[in-house]
Design a protein around this ligand. Structure first.
Ligand code: UD1
Ligand code: UDP
Length: 356
């Protein structure tokens, strides 16, 4: 059996690092197609090297651009690959433009689409990711959901039956592996912070970076936190020019994007995580840290219910600062909402069962 797996953005490399080896274990010929949505070494190749992800069979080098142009170019180029290669199924991950382009190209050629991380919803259609999720789920043939909440959302939209399977979250599998196996460098001393005495922040969501009021609330709020402890922020390229233009950002410890083992080290060493990332919210929980999510809502509602995650819309700097400072040292309830750490195995088994 032959599969094409589409990746393009940082979180997709991380998810493929778990799923691709499991597909290989079952003798499935999984060929990786990299759209090129992310292309800086620290946003792309570093993950292939560090996590041992197989080299892409196709690198489309699509690069950055407005949504329509970027997605359209991907669609054209992915279609060419599929017409030539004729896989038995297409695997897509998450909710980026690469996800939707891959799913749409395959669906139009009647190639079955497998969506990993199906069923997540923020119910905020102003997010490009929400549009990508809805479109992808509705043209997928096998929907592999990370949570019961996601299964329930699909059912509400009429997607039910054996095309939907609850498999758990692949990022939990990798977090467990990372805690045991991956070596980080001497990062904390290089950055100049000490174990347990810094806040780790990430900011890249368009709704924050593209809205000057929200961006100012995030930066000024984080700058306010530095009166309590340092704030370390690995800077996403989308956010880089905006932070460089901000005087308040000079209070923050800005670093280049780090590789996955170093990111896990930071997550395991910090006092609290403040983020608008989807993946980083969950990793805070996996590594036992409280999280303040700088958004109006989250798809990962389980962590809010368990008390590990506090949603803080960044409309006001003082509210951002206070939410972070007051949550340092807090914990939530125990719980296992993301499976048993065997999502990768379950995904490979579901694909093998359905398409061989
Ligand atoms: C994308 C996803 C988002 C995901 C994020 C993960 C969409 C719509 N968004 O957002 O869901 O959470 O990836 O990180 O698919 N850039 C570089 N170098 C790179 C990549 C990007 O400089 O290697 C800069 C470019 O200026 C680009 C901007 O970052 O225009 C945004 O990149 P893009 O991939 O469009 O969106 P992300 O914000 O990364
Ligand atoms: N990540 C990383 N280095 C960084 C920032 C994030 O390795 O400097 C990892 C992080 O550990 C998580 C993933 O990138 O596994 C999350 O990706 P991102 O926040 O870009 O996207 P999202 O999850 O919001 O779609």
């Amino acid at each position: 059996m032959k599969i094409t797996s589409v990746v393009g953005a940082r979180p997709q490399f991380i998810k493929a690092a778990i799923v691709s080896p499991q597909l290989a274990n079952l003798g499935i010929d999984d060929r990786i197609l990299h759209t090129g949505q992310h292309y800086d070494r620290q946003m792309s190749d570093a993950f292939f090297d560090e996590l041992g992800i197989p080299e892409p069979t196709w690198s489309l080098d699509v690069g950055s651009g407005p949504h329509g142009a970027q997605t359209g170019t991907m669609l054209t180029k992915i279609e060419e690959v599929l017409l030539d290669d004729q896989p038995d199924a297409m695997v897509v991950y998450g909710d980026t433009n690469s996800t939707t382009a891959g799913a749409l190209a395959a669906a139009k050629l009647h190639i079955p689409v497998v969506h990993i991380e199906a069923g997540l919803r923020s119910f905020n259609r102003a997010m490009p990711e929400e549009v990508n999720r809805i479109v992808t789920d509705h043209i997928s043939d096998l929907l592999l959901a990370p949570t019961q909440t996601a299964v329930d959302h699909l059912a509400t939209e009429g997607i039910t039956g054996d095309m939907v399977e609850l498999v758990g979250d692949v990022m939990y599998d990798l977090a467990l592996k990372a805690a045991n196996d991956l070596d980080a460098g001497p990062l904390l001393s290089e950055i100049g912070v000490t174990e347990g005495d810094f806040v780790l922040a990430t900011v890249h969501r368009a709704e924050n970076t593209d809205d000057p009021t929200r961006l100012a609330a995030v930066i000024n709020g984080l700058a306010g936190v530095t009166e309590t402890m340092p704030v370390v922020l690995p800077v996403h390229p989308r956010t880089k020019p905006l932070l460089e233009a901000s005087e308040a950002a000079s209070a923050l410890t800005l670093i280049e994007p780090v590789g996955y083992p170093d990111m896990v080290k930071l997550e395991r060493s910090c006092a609290l995580v403040a983020t608008d990332s989807g993946g980083v919210q969950k990793e805070a929980f996996f590594h036992g840290k409280p999280c303040v999510t700088l958004r109006d809502e989250t798809e990962w509602v389980e962590l809010v219910e368990l008390g590990w995650n506090t949603i803080t819309p960044p409309t006001d700097a003082a509210a951002v600062r206070d939410a972070i400072v007051s949550n340092i040292g807090t914990t939530g309830q125990d719980g296992k909402p993301y499976g048993a750490g065997d999502a990768g195995e379950r995904i490979a088994a579901a694909i093998s069962h359905r398409y061989t």
